[in-house]
Design a protein around this ligand. Structure first.
Ligand code: ADP
Ligand code: MG
Length: 323
């Protein structure tokens, strides 16, 4: 069965469980009509995923629907913003019911968890490309930016690192998928859990924040560059999942944890005096967080392991940072 653009919109992208009262008009007219919140700034982000570039052909559509929204939610999380409205641009070669149904399920399940309403979009025939734009609110002047890390601040990360990098190797068939922990690692790649509540709770506490999409080294360097500082990174303190440690030797695990992307955890800086407060927040949300370094005046990153200079083992590192 083949669908017209109109059928697709009506059947798959109009009905949804989230109905926000700040949406005057959602899907169906020439524009959506939305009411911005007084005394708040609107945080806006957009992400595009292209088949063959950002995900392999044959990717489960439900996982794709989840992930394209998750990466945008993760951007809002990194700013401390509260998600509100999404738009979706969908380019599909040959619309098939099972595919559209799966994609919509993945997208709406996550949207519902975060109170996000899909308010519009565009649907075209073409190569498989999905784009989501997400809007959220943050009280005026209180967004978490990359600039703001101060000398002496502790560097924190949420959750565990390197899992998605390992999941990618499993997905690419570089490792046998019977390995213990493989399902967990693939899930971490395909179904990242954006740290939205954590990001909002860090407003007024974190001095700088971003989400980890390109790997800790690359992303922490961005915080440092934006803040005009440097950092020491304690590689032996990085949080690793049991699954990752069971699948690869520790050298490789650390290499993935510093170099591989796609974890969508938060990396943020806080004054040492607020460390306990931050750890209590992350415990409350179950993801946990751990101090993994300290901001210094000298520019650049210095990686140490047990106090000695650390160089990532090239195998894991090059493959995932040079993507
Ligand atoms: P127009 O030609 O005015 O751009 P469209 O026919 O493209 O209108 O879209 C009709 C309505 O459906 C609009 O409200 C648009 O925002 C919405 N829409 C189109 N595609 C999607 C989609 N993939 N998801 C959600 N809403 C969509
Ligand atoms: Mg249109």
């Amino acid at each position: 069965m083949s669908f017209s653009e109109f059928d697709i919109i009506r059947r798959f992208f109009t009905e949804q469980s989230v109905r926000r009262d700040d949406v005057s008009l959602g899907v169906g007219d020439d524009c959506a009509l939305l009411r911005a919140r007084p005394e708040h700034e609107l945080a806006v982000t957009i992400d595009t995923m292209v088949e063959g570039v950002h995900f392999p052909p044959e990717t489960d559509p439900e996982a794709l629907g989840h992930k394209v929204l998750a990466v945008s939610l993760s951007d809002l999380a990194a700013m401390g913003a509260e998600p509100a409205w999404a738009t979706l641009s969908l380019s599909v070669p040959e619309p098939e019911e099972w595919w559209l149904e799966g994609f919509a399920r993945g997208l709406f399940t996550l949207a519902t968890q975060h109170g996000v309403q899909l308010v519009g979009g565009d649907t075209v025939r073409g190569p498989l490309v999905v784009t989501t734009q997400l809007h959220g609110f943050v009280p005026e002047g209180r967004a978490l930016r990359r600039a703001g890390a101060a000398v002496g601040d502790l560097v924190y990360v949420t959750g565990t690192l390197g899992d998605a990098g390992a999941g990618l190797r499993l997905a690419l068939g570089e490792w046998a998928s019977e390995e213990r922990g493989a399902d967990f690692l693939r899930r971490r790649l395909e179904r990242p859990a954006p740290r939205v509540r954590e990001g909002m709770a860090l407003r007024g506490i974190a001095t700088a924040a971003m989400d980890l999409s390109d790997g800790l080294i690359a992303d922490l360097e961005r915080i440092c560059a934006a803040s005009g500082v440097g950092a020491e990174l304690w590689v032996d303190h990085l949080p690793l999942s049991e699954a990752l440690e069971s699948v690869v030797p520790i050298e490789e695990a650390l290499s993935l944890a510093v170099g591989a992307g796609d974890d969508y955890e938060l990396c943020f800086t806080v004054p040492e005096t607020r460390a306990e407060e931050v750890e209590a927040i992350c415990r409350r949300f179950d993801c946990g967080c751990r101090p993994v370094g300290r901001i210094e005046a000298a520019r650049g990153l210095r990686l140490t392991r047990d106090g000695k200079p650390y160089l990532p083992s090239t195998a894991g590192f090059d493959h995932f940072t040079d993507r």
